[in-house]
Design a protein around this ligand. Structure first.
Ligand code: URA
Length: 440
């Protein structure tokens, strides 16, 4: 086989066989295919697309390119979740303890933040002493003991995806649905869960800006999961403004604790309950969505989910007192109020710009190597659909370097559109895609 011929074949829009895709992934992993040929191939895929069979073969080739986790030593159905990335998305911090408190084993690997999106692992480091890596043995034991362990993704999980993703990032080939779907699903499949719930974000802060594209991506991912024997559900949710009120690592942990304590912003709470309910059904611990929802509301009301978070933080070496006293989480030195430049209704938000404002403050990573400041970030008091008077406080910026207020402030003000006429915010849950919606 020659890579040249395979590039040519894809350029002509023909379907590659499993053997051809396996060849590309294994030879590229071994550095036998140079970046320039792989770049040309990715660009051919970008323009010609991939069939469902090709996408599944690509996914499995990448999933099998490194370690695959064997979770069979964990009792029960292992359920995992993944969000396609957004701003202020702290749902994992909330749904994982909710499910674990109901006996669903959560053995989860999460990523770090990059660019305008945050990562669960960074957020968890807001707890003093929290360890984000465990040996495989300790990881499995912890899930069996307390039903929840959450660690950083190991370097050798789907390494082919890591290499290809880095190349896509610099060759303008990230935004192709088969490539996104196979990249995400390869890691989820390698991480070993039986049932996968995907939160596909749709809107100004997401890869997919409109419902049609988000739905197409969701269908591809659900098809991949089901075709390889993992029960998969995708929830398409709104990302036309940050989720909840807070953006920033420790601030988002604070907000997650708020929700687990029975408070918190309504849409954030609703999304968490929805995701968690589908996970509970996936874990066969609920008969119906209504049953699952009632159980979720109960574990919050009775404080069981919050206690589970504390138990989990403690098990991974973190200070569980911070769960019950979130005022002890890292705090920035300075704060500045964000004032409405004119009167009207908040009608639109460039969500990724809010993420960029947090990044400017030091809360995010420009490159994989950047250090982050856990304490900084933004609180948005006003949400889409709210009215503001000129000069009214819309939110607060938290910083440790006062010189960063101005660039972050300008970015935030420019992110929001204030109009005379009220425009109702988009529905939070736009669609749910399950096995029956795809041809498997
Ligand atoms: N997240 C991933 O892991 N891969 C993509 O291609 C896009 C988002």
């Amino acid at each position: 086989m020659r890579m040249y011929d395979l590039i040519e074949k894809k350029k002509q829009g023909k379907e590659l066989t499993k053997e051809e895709i396996d060849y590309i992934i294994s030879e590229y992993s071994l550095n036998e295919i140079p970046d320039y040929q792989m770049s040309a191939f990715l660009m051919a895929v970008y323009f010609k697309g991939m069939t469902m069979d090709e996408t599944v073969n690509l996914t499995m080739a990448m999933a099998n390119s490194g370690d695959t986790l064997d979770l069979s030593a964990i009792d029960g159905i292992k359920v995992d979740k993944h969000s396609t990335g957004g701003v202020g998305d702290k749902t994992s911090l909330i749904v994982a303890p909710m499910l674990a408190s109901l006996g669903v084993p959560i053995a989860k690997m999460s990523g770090r933040g990059l660019g305008h999106t945050g990562g669960t692992i960074d957020k968890l480091e807001s707890f003093r002493g929290f360890k984000t890596s465990l040996s495989e043995e300790a990881f499995i034991k912890q899930v069996n003991d307390i039903k929840l362990a959450l660690v950083g993704q190991t370097a050798n999980l789907a390494p082919a995806d890591k290499k290809i993703y880095a190349l896509r990032d610099v060759t303008a080939t990230v935004n192709q649905k088969s490539l996104i779907a196979s990249s995400i699903m390869s890691k989820k499949i390698a991480a070993g869960a039986d049932s996968i719930i995907l939160d596909v974000k749709c809107g100004s802060g997401a890869f997919m800006e409109n419902l049609k594209d988000a739905e197409e991506l969701a269908r591809i991912m659900v098809s991949i999961g089901e075709m390889v024997g993992r029960q998969t559900v995708a929830i398409i949710s709104d990302m036309n403004e940050p989720l909840g009120h807070y953006v920033g690592n420790a601030l988002e942990v604070y907000e997650a604790i708020e929700v687990l304590s029975g408070r918190g912003e309504e849409r954030l709470k609703e999304l968490c309950i929805t995701i968690a309910s589908y996970m509970l059904i996936g874990g066969k611990k609920a008969e119906s969505f209504e049953d699952a929802r009632e159980k979720m509301e109960r574990v919050i009301r009775e404080g069981k989910a919050l206690d589970k978070l504390a138990e989990f933080v403690n098990a991974q070496g973190g200070d569980m007192n911070q769960v019950y006293h979130p005022d002890q989480l890292p705090k920035a030195m300075y704060r500045k109020e964000l004032l409405a430049p004119n009167e009207g209704y908040l009608t639109a938000c460039k969500t990724s710009e809010v993420g960029m404002a947090s990044l400017i403050l030091g809360g995010g990573r420009e490159t994989k190597e950047s250090e982050i400041d856990l304490s900084v970030g933004i609180r948005m008091d006003k949400k889409l659909g709210d009215h503001v008077d000129k000069g009214e406080v819309m939110g607060v910026i938290f910083a440790n370097d006062a010189d960063l207020f101005k660039p972050a402030y300008d970015r935030l003000i420019n992110a929001y559109t204030i109009s005379e006429k009220l425009q109702e915010p988009e529905a939070l849950i736009k669609k749910v895609i399950t096995r029956k919606d795809v041809m498997v």
